[in-house]
Ligand binder design. Structure first.
Ligand SMILES: O=C(O)[C@H](O)[C@@H](O)[C@H](O)[C@H](O)COP(=O)(O)O
Length: 244
């Protein structure tokens, strides 16, 4: 496993612009190598700010050859403002016009699945459909980090940490809404590059703990979020303020 890279920018705006530029460059390089690129999006404040920055300055990335996935989703109806999908569509996908068949949202609670477990199984099936029977290559997997160290919808001490399924339903989440669908660790750590986007003083302790080498995925899920070829912590100065 390669050591995590830590990038610190002065503030959230600079961080969003920097990550946007680097994301477009990475996806462009993946297209040059493979023909297509794939990215897993995150909800959250800085995650959505990055998408807005990509929309404003997206270079010449060919969005018709980018597969778009989500790391987690709230179990609410499609039109609910809590949907990560809704925020991502408004911030970026509707702006740059990604073709519908390349956008892979996690099913909403009104999409016809009785339980979030059914939606999780359907999302796992969609991953293997696109991956021709295996999990697809994910070039960049973006994650926000909660103040207690959660990533996607995997919270500290949750059974989801040890669930081997590629996509899991998560109930009783400490952060509302309580029911969610999340990629499991196997998919997260199967991504080529995992980029953790973190902004603000309230995350500084979680960042320092995650990078201390003393936490496990169970005690601090962000600590277990590593990519196959790269793990990048992309921070603003406040989020980095407790790093030694
Ligand atoms: O569904 C969610 O709650 C998000 O996907 C979550 O994982 C988020 O990314 C982090 O909590 C960071 O959010 P902020 O950047 O808004 O603090």
């Amino acid at each position: 496993m390669t050591a995590p890279e830590v990038v610190v920018r002065p503030d959230a705006d600079d961080l969003a612009a920097t990550v946007a530029r680097e994301l477009v460059a990475r996806l462009t390089a993946a297209q040059a190598e493979h023909g297509t690129a794939s990215v897993v999006l995150t909800g959250g404040g800085i995650g959505t700010a990055v998408l807005r920055a990509v929309a404003a300055d997206g270079g010449d990335l060919d969005w018709t050859r980018v597969d778009v996935w989500w790391g987690d989703e709230r179990w609410v109806p499609a039109a609910d403002d809590d949907r990560n999908e809704k925020g991502a569509r408004e911030a970026l996908l509707d702006v740059v016009g990604v073709p519908a068949d390349r956008v892979h949202p996690i099913p909403a609670s009104d999409a016809g699945f009785a339980e979030p477990e059914d939606a999780a199984a359907a999302y796992a099936a969609e991953l293997t459909r696109v991956g021709d029977g295996a999990l697809p290559r994910i070039d960049v997997l973006l994650l926000g980090v909660g103040p207690e160290g959660h990533v996607a919808s995997i919270f500290p001490d949750s059974p989801a940490v040890d669930d081997p399924r590629p996509v899991v339903a998560v109930r009783d989440c400490p952060k509302p809404p309580p029911t969610r669908v999340s990629l499991g660790y196997g998919v997260i750590t199967g991504a080529e590059e995992v980029w953790l986007l973190v902004s603000g003083e309230g995350k500084a302790e979680a960042v320092a703990r995650a990078l201390s080498g003393r936490e496990t995925a169970t005690t601090l899920p962000a600590a277990g979020a590593v990519g196959r070829t790269a793990t990048r912590w992309l921070l603003d100065a406040e989020a980095a303020s407790q790093l030694t």
